[in-house]
Design a protein around this ligand. Structure first.
Ligand SMILES: [Zn+2]
Length: 341
């Protein structure tokens, strides 16, 4: 596995008290240091080019972002820039693209530890702490390289509205998201399945607050992995948010640290089944720094292991909440989904 990150990710500064804060970059630094100590490989990010960004963002939006480079700005109610933000956000999108290239070229995992996150950023606007849609830039880059089937799996606790809309009519990109629902940003209902040629290539798994490790395991095993296997991606991209963690201050899910490791192993195995291990993950949210550090450690251990093993889901006492999740909705949707294939 290749880890792509930079100490410079702390230079995107948000207002005091903002959850998406520079300390998250220090967690990335510590994770990278530990990975290097173990003999792991890292690479510094390159900046995404305007051409790469323009595949998923409007030119007018890119102009707007260039115009605010070097100064602080408020882009929406909770999205801010500091003087360095434009430069750092280009590195975040570039790192995601590099991770995709590494996975495609070397048939192994790559993990980009970046901020700001990306999955709320839409074609024409910044939103929800996100400036450029890092994972979307990476997916569009993979298509530009000639791939025909790219899957994006987004386990951040929030729905990735930006990623969904960018690829809503695109059959070459399967977007799968599990998220707390109803919740910010309001999108991600089970009946949002894509449009026109993209119908059936958006797969939302809305879960109620309080979902546990067992719920996630159930819903991924019963619904998400069958859909991924059927799609047979040539590259698996992961929007790796850690805010479904039980300690996260923004959301109400109850995932434990080992569950993130198990999820990473499941996805690694999907990539091994479908595309010889081509998996590229990029960080999204995760706002309890200790939970973020612990979860990154678990995921890096799994993606960085020499060989894959059976996913180690925590065998806890907590049963799936069933009625409180949308497992049944997901199963119903699964039937609907197959119609498009
Ligand atoms: Zn999030």
């Amino acid at each position: 596995m290749l880890l792509i990150t930079s100490p410079r990710f702390e230079e995107h500064v948000t207002p005091p008290g903002h959850p998406e804060r520079m300390e998250r970059a220090h967690v990335f630094d510590a994770a990278a240091a530990r990975w290097i100590e173990k003999g792991g490989r890292t690479a510094p990010p390159r900046s995404a080019t305007r051409e790469e960004l323009a595949r998923v963002h409007d030119v007018a939006y890119l102009d707007q972002m260039e115009a605010i480079a070097g100064r602080a700005a408020m882009l929406d109610a909770d999205t801010f820039t500091s003087p360095e933000s434009q430069e750092i956000a280009l590195m975040a999108a570039g790192a995601a693209t590099q991770a995709a290239d590494h996975a495609v070229d070397h048939h192994e995992a790559a993990f980009a530890l970046v901020r700001p996150p990306g999955h709320h950023a839409e074609r024409d606007r910044a939103m929800g702490f996100c400036l450029y849609n890092n994972v979307a830039v990476a997916a569009a880059h993979a298509l530009a390289r000639g791939l025909d089937r790219v899957a994006i799996v987004d386990f951040d606790v929030h729905h990735g509205n930006g990623t969904q809309w960018i690829f809503y009519e695109e059959p070459r990109v399967l977007y799968v998201s599990s998220h707390q629902f109803p919740f910010y940003p309001g999108t991600g209902a089970a009946d949002e399945v894509g449009r026109a040629a993209g119908a059936g290539f958006t797969f939302n798994v809305p879960l109620e607050a309080g979902a546990t490790d067992a719920d996630f395991r159930l819903v991924y095993r019963d619904a998400v992995f069958p859909v991924l296997d059927r799609f047979a991606p040539q590259l698996v991209l992961v929007s790796a948010g850690f805010d479904a963690h039980e300690r996260d201050p923004l959301a109400g899910m109850r995932l434990t640290t080992p569950a993130f490791g198990a999820m990473a192993m499941e996805l690694r195995r999907v990539a091994e089944r479908c595309c010889d291990g081509r998996l590229a993950a990029v960080t999204e949210g995760g706002y309890d720094v200790r939970a973020l550090a612990d979860s990154l450690r678990a995921v890096i251990a799994v993606l960085g292991a020499e060989t894959s093993t059976d996913p180690q889901w925590p065998e806890g006492t907590v049963e799936p909440t069933r009625g409180r999740t949308s497992v049944n909705v997901a199963k119903t949707l699964l039937g609907k989904y197959w119609k498009f294939q």
